[in-house]
Design a protein around this ligand. Structure first.
Ligand SMILES: *Cc1c(COP(=O)(O)O)cnc(C)c1O
Length: 228
């Protein structure tokens, strides 16, 4: 299938999942996850109207930002963050979704240029309590959000999670519902929260049913990654 066909099919599936739970389609945003994908493929998506891209690796992302600088795109950093990368991330991204360490948050706030709007951030939650996964355990999220809220150059936008691989749809649904419930509860305190980033190529319909407002899709949109 072509990228255009993939793009249309995903929008149809988002629409179906929204209808099934009486949600309007515009309540779910599509983040195109473009790690290891070519600039030519990304340009195809841009021409179809896609504006938000997610990248995991800084050097790769910077090269793409340069190549696509003529378009008004929004870049989301969704990969692991090392301390020595925070300055460039703070300078060149609109969003960071993979935030869960306070030291990194402090650096990002400090290094975010004053000439730019505060960096939008989502807190990464390890909802499955997987010892090999990054992210905060759910019980530590509220305190972390409090700390983020005090950092002047960060804007707390919501929560993000990556589930364990290869689980049953029932288990996936339960994890997503658990995060959605926590998100709604936190929203009562943190009014800047408007983003629940959950759902990837294989499970985004389940995530939408549970309340996701942003699905992050790579493979189903672009096809297999060139390396990973
Ligand atoms: C790679 C990646 C995705 C996209 O994964 P696909 O299964 O290819 O859709 C989504 N979120 C994060 C954080 C990723 O690293």
């Amino acid at each position: 299938m072509s990228i255009e066909q993939n793009f249309k099919k995903i929008h149809t599936e988002i629409n179906v999942a929204c209808n099934a739970t009486q949600r309007a389609e515009h309540t779910v945003r599509l983040l195109a996850v473009s790690k290891f994908q070519s600039i030519a493929s990304m340009l195809e998506l841009v021409e179809l109207g896609q504006k938000e891209f997610g990248e995991n690796y800084l050097q790769e992302a910077l090269a793409k930002q340069k190549a696509l600088a003529n378009y008004q795109l929004t870049w989301h950093f969704i990969g692991d963050i090392q301390s020595n990368k925070t300055k460039l991330i703070a300078e060149s991204f609109g969003w960071v979704q993979s935030l869960w360490r306070l030291k990194i948050a402090e650096r990002l706030s400090q290094q975010r240029p004053q000439t730019l709007a505060p960096l939008n951030v989502c807190v990464q939650v390890n909802i499955d309590r997987d010892p090999h996964k990054k992210g905060l355990l759910l019980e530590n999220v509220r305190q972390f959000c409090d700390a983020i809220n005090r950092l002047p150059q960060l804007k707390l936008r919501g929560l993000m999670t990556i589930l364990e691989l290869h689980r049953s749809s029932q288990a996936i649904k339960e994890s997503y519902l658990q995060l959605a419930q926590a998100y709604l509860e936190l929203q009562k305190t943190f009014s800047s929260m408007d983003t629940l980033s959950m759902g990837m190529s294989d499970d985004f319909s389940l995530a939408i049913a549970a309340g996701s407002t942003m699905v992050r899709i790579g493979t189903k949109l672009f096809g297999p990654r060139n390396k990973s």
